[in-house]
Every structure is written in C-alpha cells, then in structure tokens.
Ligand binder design. Structure first.
Ligand code: FMN
Length: 162
C-alpha cells in the first residue's frame, strides 16, 4: 500500500511538518505539494496537510479534499493561533467532518502552530493604526518560533501507527 503525503504551504511551515511526517513513514511512500497531487489516484492512503486561512483549510487544500472519496486518510494542519484553542479545534473538525461525509476514514490527525507571515502581521497591525492589542502581539510572538522540534516530534508521533 503506497502512502502519499500531500501538503499545501505558503510560507513553509506546513511543508516542514509534512517533511517530518514523511521521513518517519515506513514502506512505499511519496510526498507532493497538493498542486501536483491530482485527485490522489494510485494512493490507498493519503496524509493531507493544510494551513489555516481565515478559519478554514486554505483554498488549494480544500479543492483537493473535495476530490477524496473512500480513502484511508491522515490530516494535519498549521495555524497561527494556539493549537489547543476552540478556533483550532473548529478548523480541524470542519475538515474532518467533510472528509468523513464522503466515506473516507480518518486514521490520525494533528495540528500545531506556525509562524505568521510578517506581511500579514503588518496588514493586521495597520487596522489598529499600527498598535495591535497586546494579546494579539503575544500570540504572534509565540507563533514565531513554530513549528519547532517538539512540533515535529509530536507530528511524527501522531502518525506513528498510520
Ligand atoms: C491570509 C492568511 C490567513 C490566515 N488565517 C488564519 C486563521 O484564521 N487562523 C489562524 O490561526 N492562523 C491563520 N493564519 C496563519 C497561518 O495559518 C499560519 O501561519 C500557517 O502556519 C501558515 O502555513 P504555511 O507556512 O505552510 O503557509 C493565516 C495566514 C494567512 C497568510
């Protein structure tokens, strides 16, 4: 059974988590950006990686997710917010629900923090006239060092039995 890790990544966070998971997988495997993964044909098992874009999976990942039916899947994501937050849970659960509704089996899932693009931070700051609320600034600072080695280890552990 061949396993595909298909990821979407704008600034590299999700790609780095994908590579950590991929390196730990045993057996026949491949890793591809989602843009090159077609509809996942030829792979019985697929691990999908997306980044959170405005409370959902990013558009390119959603388009891929829509194509999957009857597969054995793993799902992981990176986001700027606290991965234990309601926001994070909602983002991941929303994707899982869509996959399950199409007869896929989701065998493992994982979510962790990823540094936020400085361009986005500047854009958001500008909305507050340059001075964002301290809680926001703290959250950006916390995200800036992720994904880190602990995130990679947790990601590998989440898919250890995949
Ligand atoms: C346009 C845009 C929208 C985002 N929306 C959210 C969001 O709703 N919630 C969140 O926690 N992080 C959000 N983020 C942060 C990214 O999900 C996070 O930085 C992620 O790790 C980026 O992954 P990548 O490096 O693989 O592209 C957003 C980032 C961008 C650029």
């Amino acid at each position: 059974m061949k396993t595909l890790v298909a990821y979407s990544s704008l600034t590299g966070n999700t790609r780095r988590v994908a590579e950590a998971i991929f390196a730990s997988l045993k057996g026949d495997k491949a890793i591809l950006p989602i843009s090159e993964a077609g509809d996942g044909a030829g792979f019985e098992r697929i691990i999908i990686g997306f980044w959170v874009d405005k409370g959902d999976a990013n558009e390119e990942a959603l388009a891929f997710i829509e194509k999957l039916k009857g597969k054995a899947l793993g799902v992981f994501a990176t986001l700027g917010a606290d991965p234990t937050s309601e926001h994070a849970k909602k983002c991941l659960d929303g994707v899982l629900a869509r996959l399950l509704a199409k007869g896929n089996e989701v065998k493992a899932s994982f979510i962790c923090r990823g540094a936020i693009d400085p361009v986005l931070i500047e854009r958001v700051k500008a909305k507050w006239g340059g001075q964002a609320p301290q809680a926001r600034v703290d959250s950006w600072t916390e995200a800036a060092s992720h994904p880190d080695e602990k995130d990679f280890a947790n990601a590998r552990a989440a898919f250890a039995a995949f």
